[in-house]
Ligand binder design. Structure first.
Ligand code: NAD
Ligand code: TYD
Length: 356
């Protein structure tokens, strides 16, 4: 079975992807992860006896280490999930985003190029570098604007989006300049099991279970297109197998939701699963000071991947949210572990100054 080097596989999407890949026997996996605050090796605990899964702690920006791993594992593909991924953190400290998302991706591309150039021509043709990116690189839409297409001009607004846009440009340049067989996916907001509770959906679930305020930035009418994480993972696998090299694929959930509606849906499910006798969870909703430069709306036109590769999201939002909430309810040990002092400090830093 071929081996794939997955980076950032101890984070939310990477871990779900590796679990699926090993479950479905897609390929062997070597996972390179720096283990930042957003990672959690518990995510992959069920693979501890899997001889075809290997974990290495390290930085994608470490050229020597990555070159060594490529020699050792001889992968047929690299899938780059590793990134700093939270917009609010990028506003408070953009430096880490430049370091990992821009410089780290650049070093990973360099190591990949050196490795790829030495492969036999047969293996060179099969090799793929798949870069996992975001719809946020396209900027913000007004309510009547058409959804983002692959041709939409990049207009990143947050330091996070700018750093991902820069990395996408480097991936593109490595295809055009060196012929490295790259693929890029730009996906909308993911949700599902194992997401670090700094992002809207898991933060809302855990705060609600603690009877804490559910913070809504601004007027709550900012719109995101939500995709269940497993649908994203299936799309990535399809692009890896059948995507045309040098191309980009937009991936979305066909599921635009205003933030306030998302939070209200979560509250309604919690009212059903863990009812409180004296109040509804929605009474915890609290409007707070907006995020600076907050993008109003994201929407993805995923007709290309649908038409060319036959992909469609399988999960609907109500059932996906229900499953996600059940996962957090059933995994209290996981939740306990991620609620470190550092996490509490982050909540303090991000939310204390937002009280209207
Ligand atoms: P995450 O923050 O949950 O996980 C990121 C992982 O990368 C962590 O395990 C972290 O330790 C690792 N990492 C960070 N810096 C690293 C470095 N220098 N070297 C090696 N590993 C490093 O992120 P996620 O939500 O799983 O997102 C994964 C990828 O998907 C990111 O590239 C993100 O931009 C992209 N994406 C995310 C979403 C979303 O809604 N979460 C949507 C579209 C695209
Ligand atoms: P988030 O999960 O941080 O993802 P992104 O910023 O990458 O889209 O946020 C999703 C939306 O929810 C976004 O419009 C910001 C908003 N939001 C809140 O209203 N309150 C919160 O506490 C958080 C974390 C996000």
């Amino acid at each position: 079975m071929p081996t794939v080097l997955v980076t950032g596989g101890a984070g939310f999407i990477g871990a779900n992807f590796i679990l699926l890949a090993r479950n479905k026997q897609w390929f062997n996996v070597a996972n390179l992860d720096k283990l930042t605050y957003a990672s959690n090796l518990e995510n992959l605990a069920q693979l501890q006896n899997d001889l075809n899964y290997h974990f290495v702690r390290g930085d994608i920006g470490n050229l020597e280490l990555v070159s060594y791993l490529l020699e050792q594992y001889q992968p047929n593909a690299i899938i780059n999930f590793a990134a700093e991924s939270h917009v609010d953190r990028s506003i408070l400290s953009p430096q880490d985003f430049i370091q990992t998302n821009v410089l780290g991706t650049f070093q990973l591309l360099e190591a990949s190029r050196f490795y790829w150039e030495k492969l036999s021509s047969q293996r060179q043709q099969k090799f793929r570098f798949l870069h996992v990116s975001t719809d946020e690189v396209y900027g913000s839409l007004n309510s009547k604007d058409p959804a983002f297409r692959e041709e939409t001009a990049y207009a990143p607004n947050s330091p996070y989006a700018a750093s991902k846009a820069a990395s996408d440009h480097f991936v593109r340049a490595y295809y055009h300049t060196y012929g490295l067989p790259t693929l890029t996916t730009n996906c909308s907001n993911n949700y599902g099991p194992r997401q670090f509770p700094e992002k809207l959906i898991p933060l809302t679930i855990l705060n609600a279970l603690d009877d804490k305020p559910l913070p809504i930035y601004g007027d709550g009418q900012n719109i995101r297109d939500w995709l269940y994480v497993i649908d994203h993972c299936e799309a990535i696998y399809l692009v890896l197998q059948q995507g045309k090299i040098g191309e980009t694929y937009n991936i979305g959930g066909l599921n635009e939701q205003a933030n306030l509606d998302v939070v209200e849906k979560i509250c309604a499910i919690l009212d059903e699963l863990v009812p409180k006798s004296d109040f509804s969870y929605s009474s915890l909703i609290t409007f707070v000071k907006d995020r600076p430069g907050h993008d109003r709306r994201y929407a993805i036109d995923c007709s290309k991947i649908s038409r060319d590769l036959g992909w469609q999201p399988q999960e609907n939002f109500d059932s996906g949210l229900f499953k996600t909430i059940q996962w957090y309810l059933n995994n209290s040990d996981w939740v306990k572990k991620v609620r470190s002092q550092a996490y509490e400090n982050w909540l303090k830093q991000n939310y204390e100054t937002r009280n209207n």
